[in-house]
Ligand binder design. Sequence first.
Ligand SMILES: [Zn+2]
Length: 464
Amino acid sequence: MITLGFYGAAGEVTGSCYVVSTPRATVMVDMGMHQGEREADEHNRRMPPVVFSRLDAVVLTHAHLDHCGRLPLLTKGGFRGPIFCTSATADVTAIILDDSAEIQREDCERFNRRLRRGDEPCEEPLYDHGDVKAALRLLTRVDYSRAVPVAEGITARFVDSGHILGAASVQLEVREGSRRSSIVFSGDVGVSGSPILRDPTTPLPADVVILESTYGDRDHKPLDQTRDELLQILKDAQARGGRVLIPAFAVGRTQDLVYHIGEFLREGKLRDVRVFVDSPMATSVSDLYERHKEVYDERARQLLLEHMAPLSFPGLSYTRTVDESKRLNDLKGSFIIISASGMCTGGRIMHHLARDLPRPETHVVIAGYQGRGTLGRRLVDGAKSVRIFREDVPVRATVHTLGGFSAHAGQSGLIQWATPFQATRPRIHLTHGEDGPRHALRARLASTLGLTAFMPVYGEVVEW
Ligand SMILES: [Zn+2]
């Protein structure tokens, strides 16, 4: 008997965690952090019903925190087996987990400082830098497309999912006696035509499919249209001598933006721009894009052949130190700052916003999802004044919202990804989406492809 358990991302978009068991082996796919919801901390401390020391292996689809964020808890709990992932994912995971441990340390310190005034118990971080180190030592790098044995009777094959650097869909091939079963985990499915990365591909064959449904209910604006909007904003800002501030996630979005601006220059649509990537984490991740050319799509490879790097052009600088960042304050004229955090909840972008939001010549470009309650969301909603560093800052800048830069496929993209399953009709489970999008995608899978999909809840186990 083969079983598949759902221990996260079941009716929500975070906390991905699945467990595949056979009489001979137990393999976990992703061990992600719950984020955003009120019960996140409680959910992060709720463990799947597996004795970690007896788990044979972990397979990691990609390095986003909601997929890799709880790996250090496995090592903390006695797991010593291999964590299989692509080489690029291993490198990005190191950056993400170190950052996560640091944020937890700072948050706990702040929280406990407040608590000590009363006499309440102190909060413990989920894990620390030492736990991260232990988890990173277990990362085992595998190539795309090659089937590798991960546990007794189970092989894994990683294929492009086009989502972020190193991201993959994973096909687990399970052999039990004379039975063979192919379980396909979509991971997060990206958008076809996105910069640098190859397009998502669907692993075949499949008997069981675990498909993400983040945007199962809608399509994004077309990428071309969004690119044109960005170009127009940059041209206007240049003509009027204003600064352009772009809050962006350090992994993926920043590099996409740099790539698009580079293409505007290479295509002769824009001239003499100065761009500063002002985020140490984004800078480190951009270095990884340089190192992992094996993930490049054809256009990115073509640029290399022409001796151009996809993430570099005259006028682009990466700042590392705080001093370098501060020096941007004194710079005159029009230039672009891309900085984290993506939702304006912290990081260096806050300093730039505090200084430049009151200036009418400033443009702020919001290029990603803004969660409820974040400063980014207030800017999108047209706030006339915002609070930054305990001060009221008037918003006289022009705020633009661009809808087409997504790292996730929209509904049509997910349907396209699932189309090859029409022939063999595997059992499909929709995860990594709230119930609205899951229902919508289930209906579309039925009406367009004639496929039946299930919507597992937390803790559900299916067997076959
Ligand atoms: Zn992701």
